[in-house]
Design a protein around this ligand. Structure first.
Ligand code: SF4
Ligand code: SF4
Length: 167
């Protein structure tokens, strides 16, 4: 189904999720990269060794979640925009989802933006907490979004502007 729609199934996602226990400890990278393609900058970006070395450049990345400190360096190094950081320790009701973003204009801190799921469907409006550059010559920014805990594994994109659903 993933090949046809580009949208991972719950079974695909289950394979790349950390344990509930690890998620509650603090920020952790979740790599939603499911297709065998010749690509490996993520493995080189991670200085913690949390993204395991690939035997073959076409391998799908694998994580050692216990080594991941949630630094987020890998997000802007992934050309597929497939890496997210989820921090469920942010507050009792909200989690932070860090999302790669390459459009202009960039959102501003404090702005409410529309959160979208993997299929591009609107999930509500959520506050931007931080906008982080990927560094010089890197056009991939990271947007930190505060979302309700129950949506932290659903929100994977943003759109500036208001909700259109139901209008
Ligand atoms: S968030 Fe940091 S430690 Fe975790 S996988 Fe990415 S680069 Fe490695
Ligand atoms: S850099 Fe991104 S697209 Fe490339 S293998 Fe790693 S996660 Fe997948």
């Amino acid at each position: 189904m993933l090949i046809k729609t580009g949208i991972p199934t719950p079974e695909d996602l289950e394979k790349v999720y950390p344990s509930e226990e690890r998620m509650l400890k603090g920020p952790v990278a979740i790599i939603e990269c499911f297709q065998k393609i010749p690509c490996n900058p993520c493995t080189e970006a991670c200085k913690q060794g949390a993204i395991l070395p690939m035997k073959d450049i076409n391998d799908i990345p694998e994580m050692d979640f216990e080594k991941c400190n949630g630094c987020g360096v890998c997000i802007s190094r992934c050309p597929g925009l497939a890496i997210f950081i989820v921090d469920r320790s942010y507050s009792e009701k909200e989690a932070i989802v860090r999302i790669p973003y390459e459009f202009v204009p960039l959102p501003e801190v404090g702005q409410k933006v529309v959160g979208l799921n993997r299929a591009g469907e609107e999930l509500g409006t959520f506050e931007v907490k931080k906008v982080q550059s990927g560094g010089k010559k890197n056009m991939t920014y990271t947007v930190w979004l505060a979302v309700p805990q129950e949506l932290c594994m659903e929100v994977r994109n943003i759109r500036l502007g208001g909700v259109t659903h139901g209008e």
